[in-house]
Design a binder for this molecule. Structure first.
Ligand code: AMP
Ligand code: ZN
Length: 114
């Protein structure tokens, strides 16, 4: 846990969130500023700063994040209509929170990827 990290504080419960799913490796919660009718964030429980600082020992964890996102999409009935998984990485992507996260967005026709 990084004591200065917003999402670590969400994991610990120091900052409240609307939880969607949790197990020993990942946690999912509603994005506080949704950009689509469905907007969930999937994060590792352990602090991983960036996709680009993850190492091979975290491959399964990142795969588990993606499959968790897909299951959430299924539960929310957007698996068939379609949804998007987004990882923002670094300055040009607009990444704001330096704790790896996947955005799951859907529930309407999404625009082109910028
Ligand atoms: P990114 O730009 O990829 O780093 O995305 C960070 C996301 O975290 C944004 O979509 C924010 O709306 C979201 N966010 C920031 N603070 C919170 C919070 N306290 N609870 C839930 N989502 C948050
Ligand atoms: Zn963190």
């Amino acid at each position: 846990m990084d004591p200065d990290c917003l999402f670590c504080k969400i994991v610990s419960g120091d900052i409240p969130s609307t939880g969607v799913y949790r197990d020993d490796r990942v946690m999912a919660f509603e994005d506080i500023n949704p950009v689509a009718p469905q907007h969930v964030l999937v994060i590792p429980v352990q602090h991983v700063t960036f996709l680009s600082t993850a190492d091979e020992s975290q491959e399964a964890l990142i795969g588990h994040m993606a499959l968790t996102a897909d299951r959430i999409a299924a539960e929310r009935h957007i698996q068939d209509s379609g949804f998007r998984l987004t990882i923002n990485q670094g300055r040009d992507s607009g990444q704001e929170v330096d704790h790896l996260h996947m955005h799951v967005t859907g529930g309407r026709k999404l625009g082109p990827i910028a």
